[in-house]
Design a protein around this ligand. Structure first.
Ligand SMILES: [Zn+2]
Length: 418
């Protein structure tokens, strides 16, 4: 643009240290906020900060706990299922028997949770099946190989209807406190920069307490029978389910426990209303899994025995679009109010002839937390203001430098002919 540049080259003065310091500071305040914005939202090469911190906390907490519950996540947008569990009770039982599941029934239960997350978010689609699911088993505490093998083989024997996730990473936890850094999780689970991972979306708002019953029922009665077919002495899933149902009914005071109110069976209702009121009624053992299992038993034994696993997958898929209550009515043909009223009036269940049931669960927000998008947008806006102001400052500093050079220009030129 300017022919001057070659002329003035020999005349270029070293900028003052003030200008260098100012430029460096402005650059820092320009680049810094951009890096923070990328970190928050998962810009190129970055995993979104909030879901990544959450998943790291989940994994490292489970690894540190001496007796962790199982857990699973399918973070929105990734299509990768992570499962954490302690696969044995007390000893490393390496002998097949009708009661030894080698931890696989928990893996299958948790895998159903991944399907629920994926179906609700749209990451899993019953029409898209994976013949070869990539399975990684992390076994940092040296649990015998047979546990790892049986876990991997389970995904080979998995019925087709459930092959809806491309990759599964199973973490065996044993209280050893192994710490996974973010770089380990990227390498092992999601890939560098966590491609696809959503910064703010999470499926939790459209999940439901029914999910625990669904996970345990499908694991024991549908998946495990297929998984153990090749075992010499197969674990008996359906027998375990039967004995568990008797236990759960006892733990929840069935029949005739007045405090057992379905509400909309949202996870919030279960955690904040149903479990506390059961505890107050003297049934402290009545927790999420038993509650979900009692409800699915009522559905399958009393209301709709023809319900198939495909129906349940369709229910979750639809729950992500219209809410669990509306999805329930669409799939089962019965409103949640009618279903919950029947449950609560049934003499084998709550046994309250006056019950009028409850509304179903409405379509929920897709965010981790209601206020999160606003908070993140606010923080991003502040960072953007700082970056823009710094960019403006850089522009003005550049203008001044150019203007100063231009002002010197004619003198310089005059000196040339001499
Ligand atoms: Zn569960």
């Amino acid at each position: 643009m300017r022919a001057q540049s070659s002329e003035s080259k020999g005349d270029e003065r070293v900028p003052s240290w003030k200008l260098v310091a100012l430029t460096a500071t402005l650059l820092l305040f320009f680049v810094g906020p951009l890096i923070l914005i990328s970190w928050l939202w998962g810009g190129p090469g970055f995993c979104p900060a909030i879901p990544m911190m959450e998943i790291m906390t989940n994994i490292n907490d489970k690894m540190a706990s001496p007796n962790p519950d199982g857990g699973a996540d399918l973070v929105w947008g990734t299509g990768v299922c992570t499962i954490y569990l302690k696969p044995y009770d007390e000893d490393f039982d390496e002998t097949e028997s009708e009661t030894n599941d080698f931890g696989v029934k928990i893996v299958m239960h948790e895998y159903v949770h991944c399907l629920q997350h994926g179906l609700v978010s749209g990451d899993a689609d019953p029409a898209v099946r994976y013949d070869d699911i990539e399975v990684i088993v992390e076994n940092p505490c040296g649990i015998p190989d047979v546990y790892v093998e049986k876990t991997k083989d389970a995904f080979v024997a998995l019925p087709d209807a459930f092959r809806l996730v491309r990759k599964v990473v199973v973490f065996f936890a044993c209280g050893g406190g192994q710490e996974y850094a973010q770089s380990d999780i990227e390498t092992l689970v999601y890939g560098a920069g966590c491609p696809g991972m959503s910064a703010v979306k999470a499926p939790y708002a459209n999940l439901n307490g029914f999910g625990e019953g669904d996970a345990e029922y499908l694991s024991l009665n549908v998946m495990m029978p297929s998984v153990v077919a090749s075992w010499e002495t197969p674990f008996d899933g359906p027998a375990y389910w039967e004995s568990r149902q008797a236990e759960c009914r006892g733990d929840c005071g069935m029949p005739g426990q007045e405090a057992f109110r379905l509400g909309d069976l949202s996870e919030t209702h279960v955690d904040e209303r149903l479990i506390p009121s059961m505890r107050d009624a003297g049934f402290d053992g009545c927790r999420n899994n038993c509650i979900g299992e009692i409800v699915i038993t009522f559905l399958l034994e009393e209301r709709r025995p023809e319900t198939t696993p495909d129906d349940v997958l369709a229910l979750w898929r639809l729950a992500g679009k219209v809410g669990f209550g509306a999805a329930w009515e669409s799939v089962t043909g019965e409103s949640w109010r009618t279903f919950s009223e029947a449950f609560e009036r049934d003499p084998e269940y709550t046994d309250d002839t006056q019950s009028e049931g409850s509304e179903g669960q409405a379509l929920g927000t897709t965010y981790l937390d209601e206020s999160l998008p606003a908070v993140m947008a606010g923080v991003t806006a502040c960072l953007a203001v700082v970056a823009c102001a710094s960019l403006g400052g850089l522009g003005r500093a550049a203008q001044k430098t150019i203007a100063a050079r231009r002002a010197r220009g004619p003198e310089t030129r005059e000196t040339i002919p001499k």
